[in-house]
Design a binder for this molecule. Sequence first.
Ligand code: UDP
Length: 459
Amino acid sequence: MEDPRISPVKPRLGREIILFLLPLQGHVTPMLQLANILYSRGFSITIVHTHFNSPKSSNYPHFNFQPIPDGLLEGQASTVDFVALLVLMNVTCVVPFRDCLSKLLSDASKDRIPCCLITDPVWHFTQAVADELNFPRMVLRTSSISSFLAFCALPLMQEKGYLPIQDSRLEEAVPELPPLKVKDLHVINSKDPEDVLRLIIAMAETMWASSGLIFNSFEELEPTKLAECRRGFPVPIFTVGPIHKLSAASSGSLFPQDRSCISWLDKQERPKSVLYVSFGSLSIVSEAQFLEIAWGLANSGQHFLWVVRPGSVRGSEWLEVLPSGFLEGLDGRGYIVKWAPQHGVLAHPAVGGFLTHNGWNSTLEAICEGVPMMCMPFHGDQRVNARYVNNEWRVGLHLEYKVERKEIEDAIRKLMASDEGEEMREKIKALKRKADESLQDGGSSCQSLQKLTEYLVSF
Ligand code: UDP
């Protein structure tokens, strides 16, 4: 049965949008949410996806799903080196994707008129395919605008000598990208560092050639960066975020969610007393870092709900590294799950802080629920997001890349039980209000979404 929240508010337009999922959680979720929003605006939706990390189509009975082979050999389908995986898939998916898109276009009828392809910019090869088939392609960039621009500036950062990063320059400000410091520049470890730069250049070039950019952000959050982006990219730009607040609740989760943590939160006596801890779908920590985090949490004396994804501790399956008696010693103050229903957790009244890796979805979700953050970014755009959370929006503490138990313990106490933490809570509530307003009638994201709808119909 269809979820009543996603029943179309408009009659079908006969027009179809084709969306191609990038098979990583942080990219799948906002793309499916955008698809839901466009469906509610009267478009038919076709989702093209790879076999690797394929979405649960039964959660979206109103969409047409088109799986394509991804050409990955055994052992290649791993996100441990996700840059290498994405570089490879930009090659192996070309033919299956072209075949799929050209069939969708040739099967068009008066009830199903494909009008635009929307892809993640990481799928840079799709621009050439769209050009060849004379079909418009738009891009949904699932990061913040600020981190996207910092990403595009990497070749310049290399030219100026900031990269590769030298230990002696870590604390230096980067005047070209305020408020970033050298240590915040995008670093993504991959077996071939040149792959990262090549991928970025290909993404940026094909975004220039696209028919438009869509961001999961809102104008009031990043006004100067949005203006800068408009100056830099000669295509229409739409900011329609926070997307998850507009989309129906269908789950795009690639992992099974353990809802028992919601019951555990229900049992907490004091509001805002629990620290939620999660590092997203890709981060991997060493055993030593994992133990520092564990002891920091335990020694803080605060209650916590911790997501430990299986495989996220290098060399371990799950929790084997924890010393025996660790969990019992917490005396009910801590609860650990493999994957949580994060929206529900952040919205829960018992949750008062978020120790996060600052993936963009997690950062936006925290803003939307007014939960202040403790930033422990690992790589890529997370470092930029964390710096903005801490220096620009002032709604979180930054651990400054120190994964040490004492630092973690002190920061938790500061966030959960000090005046400074309370100030951040007030600031993030104000930011939440701005996010809410942007989505209301006449708000910036609401207007941008209206313009996007008109633009899509115009193709
Ligand atoms: N998430 C979730 N349950 C968890 C941890 C994460 O549902 O236990 C979701 C979270 O709500 C977010 C996404 O996974 O939408 C992670 O995306 P993000 O951009 O924050 O980080 P990434 O996984 O891409 O590093």
